[in-house]
Structure formats: structure tokens, C-alpha cells
Design a protein around this ligand. Structure first.
Ligand code: MSP
Length: 642
């Protein structure tokens, strides 16, 4: 039987232009679709716009536009955004389209005929931002927890959905199906909502007050409440009730949302489905919120992040990679442009870009740009192969449960190891010795094979970079259905394959030129920011690449022409090295002489003020100027610091 995967995003309100939060959910859905496609699933991906209700009508009025004209315009800006973020939905649904309106009315009629909709009077506290009533208990300091405004008191005669009737059923369903709402914290949150008696849901608005909605089929004096209208998109997009797509895909529905709309999706929607005689969705997947440099993103704070601005500056792949690498599914994350550029420079330009370029340049130089044949496997080769095989397992397991950040971490551990493998096996040395030709062939085969597997697994996250990698590696295009199952195995690279010429995948971004640091600053945050910028996370493996050693200063003098620099000669286990360190403002040559310092010993030598510095001394650099790091107690120079 064919494996199926149906993924949805919330349909977004058209009262504002798309921003980072919308982009994240939609990109995540697209990544999930692509991953399942590689795993051989039949996939279907739906997104769209939610166009009825008070909030949208108000926005149209604020723009001085007729609601229909207004929703057409904003909906179009969402629709046009997705391909530019390399998201490829199969269906873009709008709640104003006639086919959707028809389905909403038919479901309402069905639930009404079953006796689960009744007419009554309701008085409550309503937040227009959320388009829903709140109970006193749900408010925080009397304010709506989402919008921090006081909800208005509303008393109306309206139609109600007998949601309370399905409370026990829903509770049992959530308890018996651990993946129905995930991650667990949101499952628990939904269960705690069900601990209190569930009130019936008011599902209409008098037309005299709000005309911008779908008329109730059994009483045209009322329109449908936005949530009752919007949630139904998930089935109307599949052609419910008659289309075979509905019967084929609905049992596999995976909804993606952020935590803000857990209640409508975790409580209203399953009870609505039950009342309409439809089976529940398969899983509700709830992610956290993107904050911007530790604050909530909001128009009033003026910190709304526009996806296209970033894509134009840094490219769509870097933007997608950053979002998926940075947010741990289910938790909040913090966005900053500096953090994005740090990841772009470190992970993409440096680690990944260098690996591909080094590999292809060696293949061109030593093997006429062809894949060599591997020979006897040595222990370093086996370590790399096993890491690649481990990555394939971790990647598949994590992606299947939306752990994109962990899946990418596993890929980057492999990239790190492959770069170190090249350093350790020293192909340039092997190439000088004709008797080691077979060894060189084996080494190069291994790194080429790692590159092939990386280009394959990166397709869901960075389709364009993955395609470029594949073409440079002389491989067929990635992204074929079932390809990961077929080709995600070690050793399938064919010796003799012609390779392309190396081209930089990700140019480095100069932080200063991009206006992200002050001139002369090494990653220092822009003036005015309230707290230190987060530094991109690194894995333990990456950290271990930094060789930190104790060293004793045996000579010291000032560097001519500089007020800041001292030239130090240090001893490291009997070896001497020259270091140029910017510590002259706090240390005289006499003072520093004899001190034990901590040195980055494997830094590329750099020329500073005409002197070659063979390492870097560590110091705490604050307002009081540099303070060197030293060691407590006795330890010989050359000792490794870890
Ligand atoms: N129209 C309703 C959804 C109806 S679905 C049947 C709605 N629209 S919305 O425009 O407000 O979109 C909310 C969704 O946008 C969130 O659930 C999330 O997917 C995304 N995000 C909006 N802001 C976000 C962040 N700051 N961070 C992460 N995602 C957020 O609610």
C-alpha cells in the first residue's frame, strides 16, 4: 500500500502582510513534504488564507478598501511569497472561494441536523484579535494573554455548538494516542484545558453586526464564526466530501501550527470533526514562537521581520537553513540577523562550502575530475563511513518527528569529521608519493561519498544548494520520490563518474559591510542592542577542533608602531612560538614574562603589524581591558586545555 503524507499550515489572516512567523511554519511544512517525498510517500501540502471575520473587515476599513478587494490583494501577497521561499504547496486555499463556502455550509447543516447546534444567549468576554471568547480564568491580569488588551463584554443571541458533549471522547482520544498532539508539553496543555468542564462554542455572529462571513445555511440572519469556517479548510482543500483525495489523504493529516492557536486546533477542531461524523486528524504538531532579539515580534515595536528582505540579502537557502537549524521544535527561538549571518559564514560558507570545494579541487588535480576507485579501508576511513551511516539514521529518525535542528546537527557533525579526515589523511602529501596512489584513491572516494550523501539529505532544507552540489558532483538531480531510500546508503558512488568544476556554494558575508558590526569590531553587537548577540551554537566535535594549550611566556616586547600589541615568545612543551597579542594596555612586557597563558595552538598563522603570530592568547575582554586567562595550580606548558 502506498505511504501517504498530508501536511497543512494554518491559513493565515489577511489583516497583515506575511512575516517571519508565517514563513517558518510554511517552510517547515515544505521541508516535511520534501522529506516524505524522498522517503517514498505520496504527499500533499496545503496552505492558504483566512479571510472572514471582524479582524479582516477592520483591516480592510483601515485601508479604505472594499473587503473583497482588500482580501484579494493580501491573499495574493501570501500566495506569491511561497515560491520565493522555495515552498511548493499543492493547494492554496482561500476561505472566500465558493468551493470552501459550500463545504462549510454542508458541514454546518449536518451538525445542525444531528442536534449539535442550538440557539441561545451568551454573555462573555471577547478578544477581537483572537476572534474568540475568553473565560475569566484564561485571562492574565484581566487581559488577553496573546494581545495584552482587555477583552470587550459581549452579550448576543447566537447559535452554539454542543462542544461539551464531546469532552470525554476527546480526553480519551488524546490519552490513548500519544502522537495526537505533540510535543508532549502541548498535549499536556490540551489535557489540562479538558480538566475544566468544556463550554459550548458560540459559532455565529448576527449579520446585522458582521456581514463579512459565510451565512448559516439554516438561518441567513447569521454568519459563521471565523474558526468554524477556517478549520474546515483542512478538509475542503481535499475536496471533501466526494473527491478521492479526501478519502485517500485525510487519515494521514498532519497539522502544523504555533502554540498561539492550540485551543482551536486541539479542542474545537477534533470535536467539530466528531460531530460531523468525520475521523480525527492524525497529528497536531505545535511549534514555539519566534521572538526578535528577545522581544515579541509586533508592529508596535517595529521589529516585524520580513522574509523577503532577508532572502534578498542572504539567499533563500541560508534563510531556510537558519530557521530550521535554530529552532528546536516545540520551543521558542530568538531571531537576529547577526545570528543568521554567523550561521551562514560558519556552517554554510566555511564548513559545507569548503568541504565541497576542497573535495572537488583535489579530484580535479589528482584524478582528472573523475571519481576514483576505493581500495583497502583503514581505520580513519571506517570512522568516516560509520559516521555517515549514523548520520543517515539520525537524520531520518529526527526529521520524521520534526527535529530539524537535530537532524541538521547530525549532518554538520559529519561535515566536521570529513573536514578533519582530509586534514588527518593529508591527501596533498599522499599525492607526492606514487607508491601511495591507492591510498589517495581511497581517501578521495570517501570524501566524495560523504559529499554525495550530504547533497541528498540537504534537499528538503536547501533544495537549491543541494541541486548545485549534485550537479558539481556529477550526480542526477536530487528530489526524486523515494530517492533517500534508494540512494541513502554508503558506497553507491560509481568510480569513473565525471565531476563538475568547483564553484562557491555560499559566499561569506562581511559583517562590517553588511552593517552588522562596528568597523574594527570582531562580531561586536551593534550599538543600541540591549544584550550580547547569541553566538551560533557549535557541536562538541566542532569545539574539539580548537587546540587549546598552556604556554609559558619566556620573552616579551612591545610591537613597534602599536600601542596595543605585545610580541611574546612562548614555550609549549619545549617548542617556542611567537604570538602577537593585543594586551599592551593592561600588561607591560615585564609583567607578562613568566606567566602561564592559554593559547589557541592550531590557528592559521596571521601577519599582524609585520610580525607573524603563530597562535592566539586567550583573555577576558571587558570594559577593564584584556585580562589574560591562566591556570590554577601547577601544570606543565604544552598541557591540553579541554
Ligand atoms: N487564521 C488563523 C489560523 C486559522 S487555521 C484554521 C491564524 N492566523 S495567523 O495569521 O495569526 O497565523 C498564526 C500562525 O502563524 C501561527 O500559528 C504560526 O504558524 C505562525 N506565526 C505567527 N507568528 C509567529 C511567530 N512569532 N513565531 C512562530 N510562528 C508564528 O491564527
Amino acid at each position: 500500500m502506498e505511504k501517504k503524507f498530508y501536511v497543512t499550515t494554518p491559513i493565515y489572516y489577511v489583516n497583515a502582510e506575511p512575516h517571519l512567523g508565517h514563513a517558518y511554519t510554511t517552510i517547515l511544512a515544505d521541508v516535511m513534504r520534501r522529506f516524505h517525498h524522498l522517503m517514498g510517500y505520496e504527499t500533499f501540502f496545503v496552505t492558504g488564507t483566512d479571510e472572514h471575520g471582524d479582524k479582516v473587515l477592520q483591516a480592510a476599513r483601515d485601508h479604505g478598501m472594499d473587503p473583497k478587494q482588500y482580501v484579494d490583494k493580501v491573499s495574493e501577497s501570501f500566495r506569491q511569497l511561497w515560491p520565493r521561499l522555495h515552498c511548493e504547496p499543492d493547494c492554496f486555499i482561500r476561505t472566500t472561494q465558493p468551493s470552501h463556502v459550500k463545504v462549510v455550509q454542508s458541514i454546518l447543516q449536518r451538525v445542525y441536523e444531528n442536534g449539535d447546534i442550538y440557539f441561545g444567549r451568551y454573555e462573555g468576554l471577547y478578544c477581537t484579535g483572537c476572534e474568540r471568547f475568553y473565560t475569566e480564568k484564561e485571562l492574565e491580569d484581566g487581559l488577553c494573554p496573546q494581545h495584552r488588551v482587555q477583552p470587550e463584554k459581549r452579550a448576543e443571541e447566537n447559535y452554539f455548538f454542543r462542544m461539551s458533549r464531546y469532552q470525554d471522547w476527546l480526553k480519551t482520544h488524546i490519552q490513548e494516542n500519544p502522537d495526537f498532539i505533540r510535543p508532549e508539553r502541548y498535549r499536556n496543555e490540551a489535557l489540562s484545558m479538558l480538566r475544566e468542564p468544556l463550554e459550548d462554542l458560540c459559532i455565529s455572529r448576527p449579520r446585522a453586526r458582521l456581514d463579512w462571513g459565510i451565512p448559516l445555511p439554516f438561518d441567513p440572519n447569521f454568519v459563521t464564526y471565523v474558526w468554524f469556517d477556517a478549520l474546515i479548510n483542512y478538509v475542503s482543500a481535499l475536496g471533501y466530501p466526494d473527491h478521492e483525495r479526501f478519502s485517500g489523504l485525510w487519515p494521514y493529516a498532519q497539522h502544523l501550527i504555533a502554540k498561539d492557536i492550540l485551543k482551536p486546533h486541539g479542542i474545537y477542531w477534533p470535536t467539530m470533526l466528531k460531530a460531523a461524523g468525520l475521523p480525527p486528524y492524525s497529528s497536531l504538531n505545535v511549534h514555539g514562537y519566534w521572538n526578535v532579539e528577545a522581544s515579541k515580534m509586533s508592529k508596535s515595536l517595529g521589529n516585524v521581520v520580513k522574509p523577503l528582505d532577508l532572502v534578498e540579502k542572504y539567499g533563500v537557502d541560508a534563510f531556510r537553513y537558519f530557521l530550521l537549524r535554530e529552532m528546536a521544535f516545540g520551543l521558542d527561538a530568538s531571531f537576529s540577523e547577526v545570528a543568521l549571518v554567523q550561521r551562514l559564514n560558519a556552517d554554510l560558507a566555511n564548513d559545507l562550502g569548503n568541504l565541497l570545494q576542497r573535495t572537488l579541487s583535489m579530484a580535479a588535480r589528482y584524478f582528472d575530475a573523475r571519481v576514483p576507485r576505493p581500495h583497502k579501508e583503514e581505520s580513519l576511513d571506517a570512522e568516516l563511513r560509520l559516521k555517515a551511516q549514523e548520520m543517515l539514521g539520525t537524520y531520518q529518525r529526527e526529521m520524521a518527528q520534526l527535529g530539524t535542528h537535530r537532524a541538521l546537527m547530525a549532518v554538520w557533525e559529519l561535515i566536521g569529521l570529513a573536514n578533519r579526515y582530509i586534514d588527518r589523511t593529508e591527501p596533498f602529501r599522499l599525492a607526492k608519493d606514487p607508491s601511495r596512489k591507492e591510498r589517495l584513491e581511497t581517501v578521495l572516494y570517501h570524501v566524495l561519498e560523504v559529499n554525495r550523501l550530504i547533497s541528498l539529505v540537504l534537499w528538503p532544507v536547501m533544495p537549491a544548494a543541494s541541486e548545485q552540489m549534485a550537479s558539481q558532483l556529477g550526480l542526477p538531480g536530487p528530489g526524486k520520490k523515494g530517492q533517500l531510500l534508494e540512494l541513502g546508503k554508503w558506497g553507491l558512488l560509481e568510480p569513473g563518474t565525471c565531476l563538475g568544476s568547483p564553484k562557491a556554494l555560499f559566499p561569506r558575508v562581511d559583517m562590517e559591510r553588511a552593517g552588522l558590526v562596528q568597523a574594527g569590531g570582531q562580531g561586536a553587537p551593534k550599538e543600541g542592542s540591549r544584550q550580547p548577540e547569541p553566538v551560533a551554537e557549535i557541536s562538541l566535535d566542532e569545539f574539539r577542533r580548537v587546540d587549546l594549550r598552556l604556554a609559558r611566556v619566556i620573552q616579551a616586547e612591545r610591537v613597534k608602531g602599536s600601542e596595543k600589541l605585545l610580541k611574546l615568545v612562548v614555550d609549549m612543551a619545549g617548542q617556542t612560538r611567537v604570538l602577537v597579542a593585543g594586551i599592551a594596555s593592561n600588561y607591560s612586557p615585564e609583567e607578562i614574562k613568566g606567566k602561564m597563558v592559554v593559547v589557541v595552538a592550531n590557528l592559521k598563522p596571521a601577519r599582524i603589524f609585520g610580525e607573524v603570530s603563530q597562535g592566539m592568547l586567550l583573555a577576558a575582554v571587558g570594559e577593564a581591558g584584556p585580562r589574560i586567562l591562566t591556570v590554577h595550580g601547577d601544570a606543565p606548558s604544552g598541557t591540553k586545555v579541554s
